[in-house]
Design a protein around this ligand. Structure first.
Ligand code: HSE
Length: 319
């Protein structure tokens, strides 16, 4: 095999109370990489579709390229990889767009090379790519994009990444507003110091969320899905956030918060039907402000990246 086509999924980082520590993967949207192994050392980005010409074509500046270059260097490879990247998710959306690209490229390259590394061993290369994209090597998008499911980053130094059990019937609704927020900007506005009393509430909620997920205790998940530190600041960048969140909760979602650094908003529900209902209500609330959005609805993605069949293409937003 010297050609492969791989899909890697969008991710919801932070999950309300787990800033830079918790994330999970969904099934849609996501990016696709077509990769080809060749005898010429290094990485070549042969093309990018779906980015409106905005992403760098130089391999050492592009997240997919940075990740695969680091992998090849680690392996001491004399061969090289050509990458054709198809962006099927918006840039600056808070859905882990750069992570989906780097993880798809890494997984594809590793497969072409005969699978020398396990998925978790590729994580540092994806984190390097993340740092090149937004100046911060946070792993709460790349780890779930690579490993699937819910992933806790217990420690960055040394890296300690834990897959968390979660209930089977947990479904995610994403509202992606048609605005862009750069992760770099959304991090810059955060306060550098927080009150001890707020920290206690936040880490208690994170512990409650992890326990609720592991025990399939939906009431506990619901009570714990709160972010009292970052959401109040970042939601100022998302017009209509309070209305959208209110509509999600009123429609029966377990909870609702900002996905990653925004502007996308996520909600969790206990059935696909409920997640669709919640999505409809969120879109309605947003459109009352004359604002456009896309809705994605998905179970939690337990797999992460996967090889695509030749005729398989990603689905469009639900509505
Ligand atoms: N944890 C990161 C942040 C995720 O909130 O800035 C970025 O998608």
């Amino acid at each position: 095999m010297n050609r492969i086509r791989v899909f890697a999924p969008a991710t919801v980082a932070n999950v309300a109370c787990g800033f830079d520590s918790l994330g999970f993967a969904i099934h849609q949207p996501g990016d696709i990489v077509e990769a080809e192994l060749n005898d010429e050392k290094g990485v070549r980005i042969t093309g990018i579709t779906g980015d409106g010409g905005r992403l760098p074509r130089d391999a050492d500046k592009n997240t997919a390229g940075v990740a695969v270059l680091a992998l090849l260097e680690h392996l001491g490879e004399s061969r090289g990889v050509d990458i054709l990247l198809h962006k099927h998710m918006p840039l600056g959306s808070g859905l882990g767009s750069s992570a989906a690209s780097s993880v798809a490229a890494l997984y594809a390259a590793n497969q072409l090379l005969g699978g020398p590394l396990k998925k978790e061993e590729m994580l540092p290369f994806a984190m390097k790519a993340e740092a090149s994209a937004c100046g911060s090597p946070h792993a709460d998008n790349v780890a779930p994009a690579l490993l699937g499911g819910f992933v806790l980053i217990r420690s960055y130094e040394p890296l300690d990444v834990i897959s968390i059990d979660y209930p089977e019937n947990l479904f995610c609704t994403i509202l992606h507003p048609h605005i862009e927020v750069r992760t770099e900007d959304s991090r810059r506005i955060l306060r550098k110091h927080i009150k001890l009393a707020d920290a206690v509430i936040q880490w208690s909620n994170l512990a409650g969320l992890i326990a609720g997920l592991a025990k399939s205790d939906f009431d506990l998940i619901s009570r714990s899905l709160n972010d009292i530190i970052f959401e109040p600041v970042r939601s100022l960048l998302i017009p209509g956030f309070d209305r959208v969140k209110g509509s999600a909760i009123a429609s029966g979602a377990l909870g609702c918060s900002i996905s990653g650094s925004g502007p996308s908003v996520f909600a969790l529900s206990t059935s696909m039907e409920k997640a669709r209902e919640v999505g409809l209500a969120m879109k309605q609330a947003f459109s009352e402000l004359q604002l456009e959005s896309d809705i994605y609805v998905s179970p939690v993605n337990s797999i992460g990246p996967r090889i695509l069949q030749p005729d398989e293409n990603p689905v469009e937003p639900l509505f």
